[in-house]
Ligand binder design. Structure first.
Ligand code: G3H
Ligand code: 13P
Ligand code: ZN
Length: 309
C-alpha cells in the first residue's frame, strides 16, 4: 500500500493497450465509491484533485482522505493534481506529497508552454514526482468551433513530438475533439483518430492522456430529469471511441462529469421518492454506491483495466 507514480502503470497500460481511469475527487463519499470499484475490479487507479476541489474540501482533508483510502483498502494509488495553473501550485502539491502533477500551459504559446512545463518537470523529477502537460486546446460546445477553428485548436503532431522532447514530460494531454463537461458535441460525436494515430506514431511508447472523456450516458441524464432535473440535450464521447483510443497510446482517461451525473441522479431519486428523508447518510450512501457502479462500468467496459492492478 503506497502512493505511487503513474510510470509503471502507464508502461503496463501502453503494452496491454488499456487505459487507467483518472477520476476527480471532492469528498469522502466520492473517494469511497471509486475505491470500492477499484478493489472489486482489481484495477489500477488515479485519484485527481482540481483547484476547485482543493478550494471546496481544503487540501489537508483531501490528502488525509486519500491516505485513509490507502490504509483502508491496501491499494496503491496515484494522487494527481488536475489542471495545475502555475509553477507555484504544482510546487505546493509536490511539497504536499502528491505523486503526480499536471501543469496546464495549454493557453500559452508553444514556447511559453515548453518553458513553464520544463520548470515544473525539473522541480518534480528531482523529488520523484511525475508530470503531465497539455498541448492544444480542448474545445467545448460553447466555443462553437468550425472545422478550421478545430484544426487550429487540436494538437499538432509535430509540435507534440517537439514538446515532449524539449520538456522531458512524462505524459501529454492532447486535443482531438474531447472537451470538459456535459455538452461536448452539437451534432455527431467525432474524435480525430487520424491525428491521434500520427501523434502516437511520433511518440512510440509514450503515454497520451485524454481529458474531457465523460460519455454522458443518456440514461443518467434521463434519470436526473425524471427526478426533477432540467439538464438540456447533453452529449458526451461515445464509450466505444474511448476504448478505440486505448489502442493508440492513450494510457490515462479523465472522467468527472459522469460521476457527477450518477451521484446527483441518485440523490434526486431519494429526495423525490422519500421526501421525509433528512439524514444525509440516507442519500449519501446510495450516492456512493452509484459512483462505485459508474466507475466499475468504466473500468470494465471503457478503460479495459479490470484485473490489471
Ligand atoms: O477538468 C475539470 C474537472 O472536471 C474538475 O472540475 O474544476 O469543477 O473541480 P472542477
Ligand atoms: P469530463 O468533464 O468529461 O468528465 O472531463 C473531466 C476532466 O477532463 C478532468 O480533468
Ligand atoms: Zn481536464
Amino acid at each position: 500500500m503506497a502512493l505511487v507514480t503513474s510510470k509503471e502503470m502507464f508502461r503496463k497500460a501502453y503494452e496491454g493497450q488499456y487505459a487507467v481511469g483518472a477520476f476527480n475527487v471532492n469528498n469522502m463519499e466520492i473517494i469511497q465509491g471509486i475505491m470500492k470499484a477499484a478493489v472489486a475490479e482489481k484495477s489500477p487507479l488515479i485519484l485527481q484533485v482540481s483547484a476547485g476541489a482543493r478550494k471546496y474540501a481544503s487540501p489537508v482533508y483531501l490528502k488525509k482522505l486519500v491516505e485513509a483510502a490507502m490504509e483502508d483498502t491496501g491499494w496503491d494509488l496515484v494522487l494527481h493534481l488536475d489542471h495545475g495553473e502555475s509553477f507555484e501550485i504544482c510546487k505546493q502539491c509536490i511539497d504536499d506529497g502528491f505523486s503526480s502533477v499536471m501543469i496546464d500551459g495549454s493557453k500559452y504559446s508553444l514556447e511559453e508552454n515548453i518553458a513553464l512545463t520544463k520548470q515544473v518537470v525539473e522541480y518534480a523529477h528531482d523529488r520523484g514526482v511525475v508530470v503531465e502537460a497539455e498541448l492544444g486546446k480542448l474545445a467545448g460546445i460553447e466555443d462553437d468551433v468550425n472545422v478550421s477553428a478545430a484544426d487550429a485548436m487540436f494538437t499538432d503532431p509535430d509540435e507534440a513530438a517537439e514538446f515532449v522532447e524539449k520538456t522531458g514530460v512524462d505524459s501529454l494531454a492532447i486535443a482531438i475533439g474531447t472537451s470538459h463537461g456535459a455538452y461536448k458535441f452539437k451534432g455527431e460525436a467525432k474524435l480525430d483518430f487520424d491525428r491521434l494515430e500520427k501523434i502516437s506514431r511520433l511518440l512510440p511508447g509514450f503515454p497520451i492522456v485524454l481529458h474531457g472523456s465523460s460519455s454522458v450516458p443518456e440514461e443518467f441524464v434521463a434519470l436526473n430529469n425524471q427526478y426533477g432535473g432540467k439538464i438540456p440535450g447533453a452529449k458526451g464521447v461515445p464509450e466505444e471511441m474511448l476504448l478505440r483510443a486505448t489502442k493508440y497510446g492513450v494510457c490515462k482517461i479523465n472522467i468527472d462529469t459522469d460521476l457527477r451525473l450518477a451521484m446527483t441522479a441518485s440523490i434526486r431519486k431519494v429526495f423525490v421518492e422519500q421526501p421525509a428523508v433528512f439524514d444525509p447518510r440516507q442519500y449519501l450512501a446510495p450516492a456512493r454506491d452509484a459512483i462505485a457502479e459508474m466507475v466499475a462500468h468504466k473500468m470494465r467496459n471503457v478503460l479495459n483495466c479490470s484485473g490489471k492492478a
